[in-house]
Design a protein around this ligand. Structure first.
Ligand SMILES: NC(=O)c1ccc[n+]([C@@H]2O[C@H](COP(=O)([O-])OP(=O)(O)OC[C@H]3O[C@@H](n4cnc5c(N)ncnc54)[C@H](OP(=O)(O)O)[C@@H]3O)[C@@H](O)[C@H]2O)c1
Length: 287
């Protein structure tokens, strides 16, 4: 479904925008000192009405990008888009694994902006909890469909859309993987398997799409979002104690990592999965 909740102008107008990116008390990192690494660029972030996707969109916007956000629920997406300065963000509602939605997103970007520079494949689902040996295979198929094939399909769409110039723009892809894809985690085994596939897909596509397009991923441990509440709610201090940095992640932490990988500061970085986990894997923990 098309939903131009907040009209966006040509990317050049993004230069005058300084996006808001409120810091929590536990994450007092200052705004980047005047960094405008995405001025004049267009970035698509899937699953961005809240959580990590919204954090990524806010950071790319704060650095000058025009941002296109997707999510299923129109109202929440409209509210997210309204947080950005007029003319710098656009929301398009739909299911990430729906080919018609993806085609609409790419066609709309082509029509309104005529280019795409950064693609952040952030949508990921985990509808089941329990041992992998007993997982319902239809649930497993759905996880694989959304997390793995969805990620691949978004990249295919960006690369093959002739009016987006993704290759000519030296396009950058960043996918959101997970530490659950690096080390098995109790109860979320198949989700971890799908994220391991996302990480390997990242490396495979990077090898195939160089030198024009760089492809990287970020693999977070627990980030404080709706998605992860079951992993920390009511016991945040206890969970954070296993992390060498002694706190859980925030969407701003992941936004900063994605912005780096998407920027010209990372020109020599491709085919990498950046573990953003406050050190917890190295310290012996898991997701
Ligand atoms: N939070 C963590 O601890 C953590 C750790 C490692 C990796 N990750 C990964 O980070 C990514 C984002 O997670 P999050 O924690 O930010 O989750 P979140 O707070 O629940 O946000 C998910 C976003 O994606 C949208 N979305 C969900 N399913 C969708 C679908 N099928 N099609 C389109 N949009 C969809 C949601 O909006 P609607 O509901 O309206 O669609 C929402 O905007 C996921 O890939 C997840 O696996 C998260």
């Amino acid at each position: 479904m098309t939903a131009g909740f907040h009209s966006a102008d040509a990317p050049e107008s993004a230069d005058s925008h300084e996006g808001s990116n409120p810091r929590s008390a536990s994450n007092p990192r200052p705004e980047p000192a005047g960094a405008r690494r995405f001025a004049g660029q267009v970035a698509l972030i899937t699953g961005a009405s809240r959580g990590i996707g919204l954090g990524v969109a806010q950071r790319l916007s704060a650095e000058g990008a025009t941002v296109i956000l997707t999510a299923r629920k129109e109202e929440a997406l409209a509210e997210a888009v309204a947080q950005f300065s007029e003319g710098t963000a656009l929301g398009i509602a739909g299911k990430s694994d729906d080919p018609a939605h993806r085609a609409e997103v790419f066609d709309t970007i082509a029509e309104k902006f005529g280019r795409l520079d950064v693609l952040v494949t952030n949508v990921g689902i985990n509808p089941v909890y329990g041992p992998t040996i007993d997982i319902d295979l239809d649930a497993a198929r759905k996880i694989f469909e959304v997390n793995v094939l969805g990620t691949l399909a978004w990249v295919q769409g960006a690369v093959h859309h002739e009016q987006l110039g993704f290759r000519q723009n030296r396009g950058r892809v960043v996918s959101i993987s997970s530490v659950a894809g690096e080390r098995p985690s109790t109860g979320i085994g198949f989700y971890g398997i799908s994220k391991a596939a996302v990480s390997h897909l990242t490396k495979t596509l990077a090898v195939e799409l160089g030198p024009d397009i760089r492809v990287n991923a970020v693999a977070p441990a627990v980030v404080k979002t709706n998605f992860a509440t079951a992993l920390y709610e009511g016991r945040e201090d206890e969970v954070a104690a296993a992390y060498p940095v002694k706190r859980l992640g925030t969407p701003e932490d992941i936004g900063a990592a994605v912005a780096y990988l998407s920027s010209s500061d990372a020109e020599w970085i491709t085919a990498q999965v950046l573990t953003a986990d406050g050190g917890v894997l190295t310290a012996g923990g898991s997701a």
